[in-house]
Design a binder for this molecule. Structure first.
Ligand SMILES: Cc1ncc(COP(=O)(O)O)c(C=O)c1O
Length: 459
C-alpha cells in the first residue's frame, strides 16, 4: 500500500457503499461476548433448548443416507418438499386457510434467512432515491438493506399497539401531495424488533384498507409470529390480502438461525423476479440446511418445541419486566411484549443511550442504543433490551446494573443541569448510584414526527 490514504480503493467503490457502516449490534459483538458482561444486546435464540442430540443425528443421517442430493446443488427456488412444509407453517397464521385460497408451494422462494428475502425484495423493487415507508423504529437489518440500495426511508409513527393507521394515512397523503409514491411499506406486525409491540387485528384491517385505497404494497416481515406467550397467533396480513402483501418468514427463531433458512411468499409475478434475483446472487439456497429443516419438520415435534421456546422466553420476559418495575428510576418507561425477544426502553429527558453505553459496558451490562433503529439518526433516548438469551438470574443482574447506570446518569444530569451529557462524560468519571425507586411505568413507543432525512451514518 502506498500514499497516505487509509483505503487505497476508496475512489473505486460504488456510490451505494458510501453509507454502509457496521450496525450498532455488530460493533457490540466483541464486547458483549465477554463472560463478565450480561448481554441484553443480541437477539440470539436459545438454541440449546433444542433436542440437540436428535437434531445432530438427523443431520448425520441426511449426509450418510441422502448425501447425493443433500450435498449437491439444488433448485434456485428451493427444495419442493421444504416449500410444501413451509405452507403448513404459514397455515398457523391463517395463510392458505379459510377464505384465503390454499397457500401454494409454487409461490414460496426459499432464502438464506429472511435477511436475504429482504434484500431480494428490495433489489426487485427499489431504485436509488425510491421511497420506502417503515415503522419508527425499524429492524436495523432492514434499514441496512434499504440504505445499501439507496432507497429513502420515511418513518411512520408507532405506539404501544404498533404502526398507527392514521400516521400511515398521513404519510401516504403527504407523498401523494408531492406527486410521489412509496415502493412499499415495510412492517414487522408481531413482537416487533426492536419495539416489542404487536399490531391488533383491527389495525391490520385498517392498514390493509389503506393499502387498497392508496395502491400500496406491504412487505410483512414475520420471524416472531409463532412466539406469542399468551395466545394463538394473530392472522398474518398476508392471510387477508394475497395481492397487496409479500410475506417474509424464517426458521431462525423457531428452529435455528445457524441453518440460515427463511422464505418469501409472493404473488406469482413477483416470485419469478425473486427467483431470478436469488439465482444471480447465490445460484441456489444450501441443499443441506434445507433438507435439515424439512426433515426436522417431518420427524420432530416442532410445534411442541415452539411451545418449549415460548415458555422459556416467557420466563425471561417476566424476569425482565419484574426487575425493570422493581429497579428502574422514575421517568424510565418501557414496552410490555407478549411474545418475541425485545423490550424497548425510553430514558428520561436529557439522557442519551449511546452516550451512556461506555458506562454500561464498564458496569458489565450491554444493550443496543436506539439510534441504529432510525434511518434519520434520531432515537437517542431509546435502547433495546433482548431477554431471549440470558437465563433469568443473569437478566435480573443485568437490569440491576443498568438501573444503577441510569441512576448515575440522572445524578450527573441533576448536578450539571442542561449540559450536554456527551461533554460530561469527557469530564466526569464516577461511581454508579444506588438502586432506583420501585414504581411501574407504562408502555410507550414515543410518538415521533415522520422522518424523511435520507439514511446517513445512523449506525
Ligand atoms: C424483524 C427481523 N427480520 C429479519 C431478521 C433476519 O432473520 P434471519 O435470521 O431469518 O435472516 C431478523 C433477525 O433478527 C429480524 O428481527
Amino acid at each position: 500500500m502506498s500514499g497516505t490514504r487509509l483505503d487505497p480503493y476508496s475512489d473505486r467503490y460504488a456510490a451505494r457503499t458510501h453509507g454502509m457502516t457496521a450496525s450498532e449490534i455488530r460493533a457490540l459483538f466483541a464486547v458483549v461476548s465477554r463472560p463478565e458482561v450480561v448481554s441484553l444486546a443480541g437477539g440470539m435464540p436459545a438454541v440449546t433448548a433444542l433436542p440437540l442430540d436428535a437434531v445432530g443425528s438427523m443431520i448425520g443421517d441426511l449426509v450418510s443416507g441422502h448425501g447425493a442430493a443433500a450435498l449437491q446443488y439444488g433448485s434456485g427456488q428451493g427444495d419442493p418438499r421444504l416449500r410444501e412444509r413451509i405452507c403448513d407453517v404459514m397455515a398457523l397464521e391463517g395463510i392458505g386457510v379459510g377464505e384465503d385460497p390454499a397457500a401454494s408451494p409454487d409461490n414460496v422462494v426459499v432464502t438464506v434467512g429472511s435477511q436475504q428475502g429482504l434484500d431480494l425484495v428490495t433489489r426487485v423493487f427499489c431504485d436509488p432515491g425510491d421511497i420506502v415507508l417503515a415503522e419508527a423504529p425499524s429492524y436495523v437489518g432492514a434499514l441496512g438493506v434499504f440504505q445499501a440500495s439507496q432507497a429513502e426511508v420515511r418513518h411512520v409513527e408507532m405506539d404501544a399497539d404498533g404502526l398507527i393507521p392514521q400516521a400511515l394515512r398521513e404519510a401516504l397523503m403527504a407523498l401523494r401531495a408531492q406527486g410521489r409514491r412509496a415502493k412499499f411499506l415495510y412492517t414487522v406486525p408481531n413482537f416487533h424488533n426492536p419495539a416489542g409491540v404487536t399490531l391488533p387485528v383491527e389495525r391490520r384491517e385498517q392498514i390493509l384498507a389503506l393499502a387498497e385505497e392508496f395502491d400500496l404494497l406491504i412487505i410483512e416481515d414475520n420471524p416472531y409470529g409463532l412466539l406469542g406467550f399468551d395466545r394463538e397467533p394473530l392472522p398474518a396480513l398476508r392471510a387477508r390480502s394475497a395481492e397487496r402483501v409479500i410475506y417474509l418468514g424464517s426458521f431462525s427463531k423457531t428452529f435455528s438461525p445457524g441453518l440460515r433458512v427463511g422464505w418469501v411468499y409472493a404473488p406469482v409475478a413477483v416470485r419469478e423476479k425473486l427467483v431470478l434475483a436469488s439465482e444471480a446472487q447465490i445460484l441456489c439456497p444450501p441443499s443441506l440446511t434445507q433438507y435439515a429443516v424439512a426433515r426436522y419438520l417431518d420427524t420432530q415435534p416442532w410445534e411442541q418445541q415452539i411451545k418449549v421456546f415460548c415458555e422459556l422466553y416467557r420466563d425471561r420476559r417476566d424476569a425482565t419486566l419484574d426487575s425493570l418495575t422493581a429497579l428502574m428510576p422514575d421517568g424510565v418507561t418501557w414496552t410490555k411484549p407478549d411474545g418475541g425477544f425485545y423490550v424497548w426502553l425510553q430514558l428520561p429527558k436529557g439522557l442519551d443511550a449511546k452516550v451512556m453505553q461506555p458506562r454500561a459496558i464498564a458496569a458489565r451490562v450491554a444493550y443496543v442504543p436506539g439510534v441504529g433503529f432510525y434511518a434519520d439518526g434520531s432515537g437517542q433516548r431509546f435502547l433495546r433490551l433482548s431477554y431471549c438469551y440470558p437465563v433469568p438470574d443473569r437478566i435480573r443482574e443485568g437490569v440491576r446494573r443498568l438501573a444503577t447506570v441510569i441512576e448515575s446518569e440522572l445524578e450527573l444530569r441533576e448536578t450539571f443541569g442542561g449540559i450536554d451529557p456527551a461533554t460530561l462524560h469527557g469530564a466526569v468519571s464516577g461511581s454508579h448510584g444506588g438502586a432506583g425507586s420501585p414504581s411501574a411505568r407504562s408502555a410507550a413507543v414515543e410518538p415521533r414526527a415522520g422522518g424523511n432525512t435520507p439514511t446517513a451514518d445512523a449506525r
